[in-house]
Ligand binder design. Structure first.
Ligand SMILES: Nc1ncnc2c1ncn2[C@@H]1O[C@H](COP(=O)(O)OP(=O)(O)OP(=O)(O)O)[C@@H](O)[C@H]1O
Length: 301
C-alpha cells in the first residue's frame, strides 16, 4: 500500500524533520510503502499531495503541525483518501482534537493499523471558497495577532507571539462584524469570532469547547467588546474552555456562516485563508482520517 508523506522541515522548529526517518521506518515495518513528497513550502506541499492522491496513494500522512495538515487537507478533502497525522509542530490542534497519539511511533502505528484494517473515520471539514480547513476559522483580535506575529522578524518562537499579543493589545478595539448564521443575521461589536469545526486553536486554546467535527455544524464563539484587562484575564480561561461562561461570550451553532466586517483577515489551522467577507460552510463527512482515536466532540470524550 503506497502512502504519501509530507514532512514540513520548518514545523516544530525542526522537530518534524528530525522525526522523518522514524516515521518512514515505522511505516515500512507496518508493511506500507511510504514516499516522501519533496516540498519546501505549503503551496508546493499541496501540489505534490494532490498529485499523490490523483496517482492513487492510499493515504497522505502529514508530519508537522496544523500548517502541514492544512496543506495535506487541500489534497485529500472531498476525495475519500484518508489523512494521517504525526504531531510535530508548535501547534498540533487537529491531532489533539482527533485524539491522535502524541508519541510519534504510536501515531504511525495507529494510522498504519487503520489502513491495514480498512478502517477510517469520516469528519466534517470547513470550506471557504476553494480552501479547506479542519480546526477553527477565526477573525478579530486573534487573527490580528497571528497576522502581526507572521510579520515580525524577531524574536523567534513563542516570544514572537507574545510580543504580537502586546502590540495588538495596544490597539485593541472591537469591530462591527455582521454574521449570517444559517440565514439569521446579527451585527455585533466583536473582539473576535471563532468558527469551530473542532475545539482547539492557537496551540491548545479551547476556543470552541463544544465543537463536534462529526455533527455537520460549526460552533461559533463570539467574544463581545472587552477591555484590555478583561482580555488578559480571559486568556487563561481559554485553556480549559470556561471563557464561554462569561457574559461577554456567546456561542451559536450553524452549518453556514457568513462573516463581514472591516479590514480583517480570517485564519484557519494557523494559516491565512481570506479577508472578510467570507462564507464558511461545514461540509459533512468531507474529510477521512486514519489513526484518530476520538472524533465525536473532543471535550465530551
Ligand atoms: N511539506 C512541507 N514542506 C515545507 N513546508 C511546509 C510543508 N508543508 C507545510 N509547510 C508549511 O510550513 C509551515 C509550518 O508548518 P506547521 O504549521 O505544520 O508547523 P508549526 O511548527 O506548527 O509552525 P507554526 O507554529 O510556524 O505554524 C506552514 O506554513 C506550512 O504551510
Amino acid at each position: 500500500m503506497d502512502v504519501a508523506v509530507l514532512v514540513s522541515a520548518a514545523a516544530g522548529r525542526g522537530r518534524a524533520r528530525a522525526l522523518g526517518d522514524t516515521v518512514l521506518r515505522e511505516l515500512r515495518s507496518a508493511g506500507l510503502t511510504p514516499t516522501v513528497l519533496a516540498a519546501t513550502t505549503g503551496a508546493e506541499a499541496e501540489t505534490r499531495a494532490r498529485a499523490a492522491v490523483a496517482g492513487g496513494a492510499a493515504a497522505v500522512v502529514a508530519v508537522g503541525g496544523d500548517g502541514t495538515a492544512h496543506a495535506a487537507l487541500q489534497a485529500v478533502t472531498g476525495t475519500g483518501t484518508p489523512l494521517g497525522l504525526v504531531a510535530a509542530g508548535t501547534g498540533n490542534d487537529l491531532a489533539l482534537a482527533l485524539g491522535v497519539p502524541a508519541e510519534p511511533t504510536a501515531a504511525v502505528r495507529a494510522l498504519a493499523g487503520d489502513l491495514r484494517a480498512g478502517e477510517a473515520r469520516s469528519l466534517d471539514a470547513g470550506r471557504v471558497g476553494d480552501r479547506w480547513w479542519a480546526t477553527v476559522l477565526c477573525c478579530g483580535f486573534d487573527s490580528a495577532v497571528t497576522d502581526r506575529a507572521n510579520r515580525l522578524r524577531w524574536p523567534r518562537g513563542r516570544r514572537r507571539y507574545d510580543l504580537a499579543v502586546l502590540l495588538e493589545l495596544a490597539r485593541l478595539r472591537p469591530n462591527e462584524i455582521t454574521l449570517v448564521m444559517d440565514g439569521e443575521v446579527r451585527t455585533v461589536p466583536a473582539t473576535m469570532v471563532a468558527v469551530g469545526n473542532t475545539a482547539w486553536y492557537g496551540g491548545g486554546l479551547e476556543i470552541c469547547p463544544g465543537a463536534d467535527p462529526a455533527d455537520g455544524l460549526f460552533d461559533v464563539t463570539v467574544v463581545g467588546p472587552l477591555t484590555r484587562l478583561e482580555l488578559i484575564q480571559a486568556r487563561p480561561r481559554l485553556a480549559d474552555g470556561t471563557h464561554v461562561e462569561s457574559p461577554s461570550v456567546s456561542v451559536f451553532r450553524a452549518a453556514r456562516v457568513e462573516l463581514s466586517g472591516p479590514g480583517v483577515t480570517t485564519w484557519a489551522d494557523g494559516e491565512p485563508v481570506a479577508p472578510l467577507p467570507v462564507v464558511a460552510e461545514c461540509v459533512p463527512g468531507a474529510l477521512t482520517v486514519v489513526g484518530a482515536r476520538r472524533a465525536d466532540g473532543a471535550s465530551r470524550a
